[in-house]
Every structure is written in C-alpha cells, then in structure tokens.
Design a protein around this ligand. Structure first.
Ligand SMILES: Nc1ncnc2c1ncn2[C@@H]1O[C@H](COP(=O)(O)OP(=O)(O)OP(=O)(O)O)[C@@H](O)[C@H]1O
Ligand SMILES: [Mg+2]
Length: 449
C-alpha cells in the first residue's frame, strides 16, 4: 500500500468554491488522502446562481484521469457533474480501462436549481456509468429518476435504493435523505442484499451548498483508505454532519459546507490548550499575582475560533479556577474545555459583537488597577450592576450577557476591560477581554506592574 492514498474527483469546477471539485479537494485533504482532479466542466457560480457553463472536451477529461493514474495510481475515484453524454462515455471507458473503484454521485441539478446534466445524458449515465459503480449516491429527486418511482418516506427510499442496484447494476446505492423533512436526516444504503440506515440530527441551516459533493467525496476518500463500504458510508455521514453544522455563513444564497471543520476543530483545540497553559503560567509569574485574585477566584478562558464556538464546551478554562494562596495563587485543576461557565459565557457573548474576541480573565476589583488601565489607554467600561433588571438577575447565566450588552451599548464595541462595583452578595470585579489569553494576561501584567 502507498504511504498516502490517492483519490480522484471527476467533476465540475464551482467558481464559488462551495461544491464540485473545490468541495471534493477540501474533503480529500481533510480525510488525509491526496486529491487529484479531472475537470469536466467549468461553471461560473456563486451561492445562489449558475450563470455560465463551459464543458471541456471529452478527450481531455479522459486524459486527466489517465495521466494521474500512470504516475501516482488511483485508489478510488468519484464522479460529480458530468454535463453531457460524450463526457459520460469518455469517463466510463477510461474507468473501465483503469479499473479503480468508482463512486458515482449522479448530480443532475445544482442547489440553486440550475441543470448540471443534460436531459439526454441521463440515459448514458444509467447505461454506461452505473454498472461500473461500486456505489451510487442519489438525493431524493435523483433517486426518483433513477428508480422510476415516487419517494415520500423511508420505505420508499429503501425500495428505490434496491431498485437502482437491481435495475442498473451498481454494486450499492445510498439514497440521501437531505431533501426530506424531519428532525433527522436519514440516508439509506442498499448493499449485497441488505439495507443500512445512517441517521444524524438535521441541522437548521440554509448553508448546504456542496453537501452532496462532500459526502460522496468523503466516501471515496475512505474507500481509498481501504475502509469497507458500510464503514465508509457511516464515517462519511459523520463527516458531512460536521461539515454542515459548521457551514460557512457567507453569500446571499446557500453558503458552502465546511469540510475543513473535521480537522480544523481538533487542531484548534490543541492550539487553545497550549496557549492557555502558557497564559496561566504567565499569570502565576506576575509579581504580586496573589493580590489580583478575587474571593471567587480567577479564571482565564480561551475559546475555539468564533465559527466553532457554540457552547461553554467550546471554551477552555481552568477547572476549579485559580484561587488566592498563602504567597502565590493556586491552580486547582486541569486546563480543559468546558471547565468554566461564567467567563466562558462572557467570551461567547462578546463574540456575538466581535468574533475576534476569544479570551477573557477576571481579576479582583481595585480602583488603582482601573486608574492604571485608563492611563495606559485601554478601552474601559463601568457597568452598574445595581441597575441589573430583576428578570435578568433571576435567570441563571443571564447576568453575563447583560453586562456585556451594557458595555457594548456604552462603548460601541467590546471594550478591553469591563468592571463593576458589585451588588448585594456580588463581589466587585474587573474583566479583561482579548483575542487570546496571552494578550489578556499581558494587559493584566501591565496593570499590576
Ligand atoms: N440539514 C441537514 N442536516 C443534516 N444532514 C443533512 C442536511 N441536509 C443534508 N444532509 C445530509 O447531507 C448529505 C447530502 O445529502 P443531500 O440530500 O443534501 O445531497 P444533495 O442534494 O445531492 O446535495 P447537493 O445539492 O449539494 O448536491 C446526506 O448525508 C444528507 O443526509
Ligand atoms: Mg447532489
């Protein structure tokens, strides 16, 4: 086996970068295979429209595949947009000649509604390509065309998947349930006489440009890595759910899915923990740090990038906080995600106004620290907690967003420092916010010095 598996996508280019070749390559990369391409068609496209399509000559489509195969080999391939019957014919012939496992995503219509496969090419797709496919991955409308039946629910999906396999000779078919309603998005695989279900929570988002492409590319990548078919579909389902959950809120139409989330989140988790550890060490090293710690303790928190930060579990902090010791502050627990609720919520609230804010720390209120912050030119905001409305006070966890909201109202931005004089049974506090925890601790150090 090669050190790095090679997968190829035979598909159209989406200039908007959300679907097609572009989505496939991101997916291949995220799943650790080397991605090669054979472009079938160049589309001028964004999140809501396809304005021009230029099909490439079938010979160069075939040649792109051959030249890659000759050099690095191809462990698995997929087709996406094939556009016309001449291209389908060239691809079918080439795949037959080279013999690598092929996933066929029978792309017919773009998310924006534009046709990506000519009407008269559907027949060629069915006759020439499906018999060579290890798997075909239609969505509901495509499955209706390929099976010749209406699909209204799970039972129909099962029957359609079986029909497509038995009628057209693909080795397996997975009918994707993205277009059906319901609280779950269920895909049905038919393979070697058995049905398999793959369920995931349905994510409320309009940003689903490229779901089908990334899903079939993920299966292809996993086949290239030698996964069995059922295993590959299961893992690809997890992959696509993550890519949809963290899809990109850009463009006026259907924003792109985010295949990079799969590797970006774990990578960022590692970076967050390392930098937070450094910041905590820096804090402990501040001369007189003990005096900076309030009664309730200090926490220093750092969140994943805003795109990935949804709940306090996406924010790392110090378990049990940092409390005042005899001579120096004491760190009680591990640095881990979900360790803070208070300061974590402050950062999450701040991100709603400014996505660059990812870190915060709280220190003991001392008028001299506030004075020094003023001298140094930090943006500072005082919030009077005595005027905090009763309904905010009563609801657990709503004070922090309120404080932040007041500060933003006052300063027109997320300030570097928010402080208050406390309230009944509430200790006065200084809260420092910033892009990362080292910057936050640097601010604190500059105030203490
Ligand atoms: N809102 C959603 N939440 C969770 N999973 C979804 C959602 N929409 C689609 N999926 C899943 O994404 C995968 C792709 O399915 P979908 O039906 O969207 O394909 P498609 O219509 O071919 O997509 P495309 O229009 O990008 O070609 C399937 O696994 C499906 O279950
Ligand atoms: Mg599709």
């Amino acid at each position: 086996m090669r050190a790095v598996p090679v997968a190829i996508t035979i598909a159209g280019s989406d200039s908007g970068g959300g679907a097609g070749i572009e989505a496939d390559l991101k997916t291949f990369m995220a799943l650790g295979v080397h991605g090669a391409v054979a472009i079938t068609s160049v589309t001028a496209q964004n999140t809501y429209e396809v304005t021009m399509i230029h099909d490439l000559p079938p010979e160069i489509v075939a040649e792109q595949i051959r030249v890659v195969y000759r050099d690095t080999g191809i462990d698995a391939g997929k087709t996406g947009m094939l556009s016309n019957k001449e291209i389908i014919h060239a691809v079918a012939e080439t795949v037959e000649e080279l013999g690598f496992p092929l996933v066929v995503d029978p792309v017919m219509v773009a998310k924006s509604g534009a046709r990506l496969l000519r009407e008269d090419a559907i027949d060629a797709l069915i006759r020439e390509l499906l018999p060579r496919a290890v798997l075909v991955t239609p969505n509901i409308p495509e499955a209706e065309i390929l099976s010749g039946m209406r699909i209204n629910g799970l039972e129909d999906m099962m029957e359609a998947a079986r029909t497509i396999v038995e009628k057209h000779g693909a080795e397996a078919a997975v009918v994707k349930g993205g277009h059906l309603g319901g609280s779950e998005s269920v895909d049905v695989l038919y393979y070697r006489g058995r049905h398999y279900y793959f369920k995931a929570e349905r994510i409320e988002t309009k940003n689903t440009h490229g779901t089908g492409c990334s899903f079939s590319a993920a299966i292809t990548a996993l086949l290239a890595k030698n996964y069995g078919l059922v295993e590959a579909v299961g893992k690809a389902k997890e992959f696509i759910t993550t890519a949809i959950k963290y899809s990109l809120p850009i463009g006026r139409g259907h924003g792109p899915v985010n295949p990079a989330a799969w590797i970006w989140i774990p990578a960022e988790k590692y970076r967050v923990l390392s930098l937070l550890e450094e910041a905590v060490r820096m804090f402990l090293g501040i001369p007189g740090a003990n005096n900076l710690v309030p009664e309730v303790g200090t926490n220093i928190v750092y969140s994943l990038p805003a795109l990935y930060a949804r709940t306090v579990r996406d924010v790392a902090g110090v378990e049990g906080r940092i409390t005042r010791g005899i001579n120096r502050p004491v760190v009680h627990g591990m640095i881990r995600f979900g360790a803070s609720s208070h300061m974590a919520r402050l950062v999450l609230a701040a991100q709603r106004y400014d996505p660059r804010i990812r870190a915060a720390a709280n220190i003991r209120y001392d008028e001299r620290l506030v004075e020094r912050a003023r001298e140094k030119g930090y943006s500072i905001c005082y919030v009077d907690r005595r005027v905090e409305p009763m309904d905010v006070k009563k609801v657990e966890g709503s004070s922090i967003p309120w404080i932040l909201g007041e500060a933003v109202k006052e300063t027109g931005r997320v300030p570097d420092i928010i402080y208050d004089h406390g309230d009944y049974a509430r200790e006065p506090m200084i809260r420092v916010l910033g892009e990362d925890p080292v910057k936050v601790v640097e601010i604190i150090r500059s105030l203490a010095g």
